[in-house]
Design a protein around this ligand. Structure first.
Ligand SMILES: Cc1cc2nc3c(=O)[nH]c(=O)nc-3n(C[C@H](O)[C@H](O)[C@H](O)COP(=O)(O)O)c2cc1C
Length: 324
């Protein structure tokens, strides 16, 4: 399938694996790229630019296909070494960067000068237009369903994607709630040029996370995610567990007085415990509502091939029936 996104990134299928903290290691990115999609290494998970450089080199040994790096710009008193991470990306010859969080304007000149294509993750039309205005090449539009940070506007993809299509000139992918061939065809119908998946890619054989995480995803339904940190205007969609219940009780009890320090035990430094050790109640971890559509743990290639086969069938058979 050819779209503006497959052309832009030089990939076979319009399927991207979004950056995921403590999931987006070289194994994950390479598996997706080898399957014909676009795999993405999560920059900040590496901790230092030197480690990111090593991870990029490791990924290059696992695939000859294009892959990207995610850089998440977080509001922080002591920010990570972003110039160092960008240097590691440029020196590593990576040509695609997925930015997320704060506006990446400050970093655009360096990225563009190195010939890097930038896809910025946005949860609203106004942020998408801003991304277009500052020279981003594409946008990943994240609806309210998404795992991770859906923003504060709460607009689901059935509205957000066609609104983005009404306004944007640059191509965009649909992100949030995407799982299968139906998702891809729907995303294309609503104006997107492909799709980005997070949660679905965690439940694959190659995802370098503890088996407990994959089984928790398969076991969960679409009713099992919760929004946390809304009082801090840092809303995150996570899978419900004991830590999330505790966190929500604190939010309820403290109301507008809640501070980040009050919930540090439930959110800070919990990813390695969950993703590596499989301690499923160790804290709050991002997970999308799409978890209700995930019933198996295929290889990445099986998943991607299945999506493309389903999409072709829906377009050629199911939709063709309605075209007369
Ligand atoms: C476990 C997990 C960790 C994530 N970490 C990040 C991250 O560090 N940076 C980022 O930009 N997005 C992150 N995301 C968001 C994904 O890249 C993607 O936008 C989102 O998962 C799409 O929604 P879906 O889960 O419904 O597919 C994360 C998502 C998950 C599920």
């Amino acid at each position: 399938m050819k779209t503006r996104i497959t052309e832009m990134f030089g990939i076979q299928h319009p399927i991207i694996q979004g950056g995921m903290h403590f999931v987006g290691f070289a194994e994950m990115a390479a598996a997706v790229s080898n399957a014909g999609g676009l795999g993405i290494i999560t920059g900040l998970t590496q901790g230092t630019p030197a480690n990111l450089a090593k991870e990029i080199a490791r990924c290059r040994q696992m695939t000859s296909k294009p892959f990207g790096v995610n850089l998440t710009f977080l509001p922080s008193l002591t920010p990570p070494d972003y110039p160092g991470f960008i240097k590691a990306i440029i020196d590593g010859g990576v040509k695609i960067v997925e930015t997320a969080g704060n506006n990446p304007q400050k970093w655009m000149p360096a990225l563009k000068e190195a010939g890097i294509k930038v896809i910025h993750k946005c949860t609203s039309v106004r942020h998408s237009l801003k991304a277009e205005a500052i020279g981003c090449d594409a946008v990943s539009v994240d609806g309210f369903e998404c795992g991770g940070h859906p923003g504060e506007d709460d607009v689901p993809n059935f509205i957000l994607l066609p609104r983005a299509a009404e306004e944007l000139q640059i191509p965009f992918v649909a992100s949030g709630g995407m799982a299968d061939g139906r998702s891809l065809v729907a995303a294309l119908a609503l104006g997107a040029e492909g799709m980005n998946m997070g949660t679905r890619f965690i439940a694959t054989k190659e995802a370098p996370v503890h088996e407990n995480v994959k089984q928790a995803i398969v076991a969960a339904s679409e009713l099992d995610t919760r929004l946390v940190m809304r009082p801090l205007r840092n809303t995150e969609r996570v899978l419900k567990n004991a830590a999330v219940d505790r966190l929500l009780e604190k939010e309820k009890a403290m109301g507008a007085n809640l501070k980040f320090e009050d919930i540090i035990g439930e959110v800070a430094g919990v990813y390695p415990k969950i993703m590596k050790d499989g301690a499923m109640d160790a804290g709050a971890w991002s997970c999308g509502m799409v978890v209700g559509l995930i019933h198996d743990v295929p290889t990445v290639k099986e998943l991607v091939d299945r999506i493309m086969r389903e999409a072709d069938e829906i377009i050629a058979k199911r939709l063709a029936r309605f075209a007369a």
